[in-house]
Write a protein that binds this ligand. Structure first.
Ligand code: GSH
Length: 202
């Protein structure tokens, strides 16, 4: 059985969607960062770094797996369930490329811009640099989605899930996405999936 520790952040939401959509049996543990639940002894025993998301699988080849890092969790869920990743080395690598785009480019650019933006002493150039970077990355997505229903191939994969986590968070934080109509159409398509609606409700 998989135990997922997650919450309402881009990194958290993407793993919740993947677990629900994979069809694997799971137990969901909501960690409320605003209450500091990531620093309780019980959670630190799961992830000593004190961050969500984290996953524990007590039914895997090695006996028990404890995993952090949303990108690693998405890949593990897809591999274990045999869903959400295309077949074939090239398509698989392309999907993982988008997972990395989300986790190491778009997510950090947006978060840095948001954190700097709420710091009265932050350098205005640094804030603008991060916002420009996030906007340029959204432009890359917009171009890709102008001619495609999904980020890789014609099926829903962890590429869509990973990037959706960031887009969901950006929209929630008030980042203006109105200049990205293809992105908005793609988001609406993802949100029409019952599994995604269920995961977002968690
Ligand atoms: N690179 C990690 C980042 C994990 C991360 O930054 N988690 C944040 C929430 S999105 C967290 O738990 N922050 C609480 C804290 O650091 O106290 C991933 O992709 O999972």
């Amino acid at each position: 059985m998989i135990d997922l520790y997650s919450g309402s952040t881009s990194n958290g939401v993407r793993t919740t969607i993947a677990v629900v959509e994979s069809g694997l049996p799971y137990r969901f543990h909501r960690i409320d960062l605003s209450k500091g639940e990531q620093r309780t002894p019980a959670f630190l025993a799961v992830n000593p770094i004190g961050q969500i998301p984290a996953l524990v699988d007590d039914d895997c080849e090695g006996g028990r797996l404890a995993l952090a890092q949303s990108a690693a969790i998405l890949i593990y869920i897809a591999e274990k369930s045999g869903t959400l990743l295309p077949r074939g080395a090239a398509a698989k690598a392309e999907a993982i490329q988008w997972v990395m785009f989300a986790a190491s480019d778009l997510g950090p650019a947006f978060s840095a811009g948001m954190m700097l933006g709420s710091d009265k002493e932050a350098n205005a150039t640094a804030i603008q640099t991060m916002r420009n970077r996030a906007t340029a990355l959204l432009g890359q997505l917009e171009t890709r989605l102008a001619t495609a229903s999904h980020l890789v191939g014609d099926a829903f994969t962890i590429a869509d899930i990973a990037v959706y986590g960031n887009a969901w968070r950006m929209r929630g934080a008030g980042f203006d996405l109105s200049g990205f109509p293809n992105l908005l159409r793609w988001m609406a398509g993802i949100e029409s999936r019952p599994g995604v609606a269920k995961a977002l409700a968690l």
